[in-house]
Design a protein around this ligand. Structure first.
Ligand SMILES: [Zn+2]
Ligand SMILES: [Zn+2]
Length: 202
């Protein structure tokens, strides 16, 4: 019975790999995905810490209890207008980011862009967006990784809309330390002067 079960799984995996060569395994746990699954299996979908609209900071999107602003946004005047996050940064979302950065999983970036569109297209503030500008990476990092993950996520998002996506307007001219390894105070100054406008829009 067990052998039969294993053979069935093997056949299923082979068929799926043949017909769905990309994203056939859960991007969190590596389990084979069912056709109805997204890029993660049903178990990992439950484990990802999805931020619900009624528990979301109205400005930065951080998970809070109740409505309104988080303590950071109450105390600081950030220059961005609005942010949106799908998940809290935790054990499972970290695995997805690692897959993109360390395993260079480009298809995953496009799928994440699609999910981001699916979850945000009802929001009014997106109607005011004229242009999608992915955060650029330094050319040395582009050479090492082979792609800019922010561009591919933006591309996955853009494929669902008629908004314009441009990655030739801003460049990162200085290579800086990774933000994730820095304190909150250092993160604020780390990127000063690192970006330049390359072209003026016509
Ligand atoms: Zn999974
Ligand atoms: Zn906030």
């Amino acid at each position: 019975m067990k052998t039969c079960y294993n053979v069935n799984i093997l056949i299923k995996e082979t068929i799926k790999t043949f017909f769905y060569p990309n994203n056939t395994k859960c991007c969190v746990c590596g389990k084979i995905l069912l056709k109805e699954d997204n890029i993660y299996c049903i178990d990992c979908n439950d484990k990802l810490e999805w931020i619900k609209d009624n528990n979301r900071c109205e400005k930065c999107s951080k998970k809070i209890y109740g409505k309104g602003l988080c303590s950071n946004c109450k105390n600081e005047n950030y220059s961005f207008k609005k942010g949106y996050s799908l998940w809290n940064y935790g054990k499972y979302s970290k695995k997805i980011i690692s897959k993109i950065k360390n395993e260079k999983h480009k298809g995953l970036c496009i799928s994440l862009g699609n999910i981001l569109y699916e979850k945000t297209n009802h929001l009014d503030f997106l109607k005011e967006v004229d242009l999608i500008l992915p955060v650029p990476i330094h050319k040395s990092k582009l050479k090492k990784r082979g792609f800019n993950q922010a561009y591919l996520i933006a591309k996955g998002f853009k494929d669902n809309t008629d908004k314009e996506l441009r990655d030739d307007l801003i460049i990162k001219t200085l290579s800086r330390k990774e933000q994730k390894n820095l304190s909150k105070t250092k993160r604020k100054t780390n990127l000063w002067g690192a970006f330049k406008i390359k072209k003026k829009m016509k």
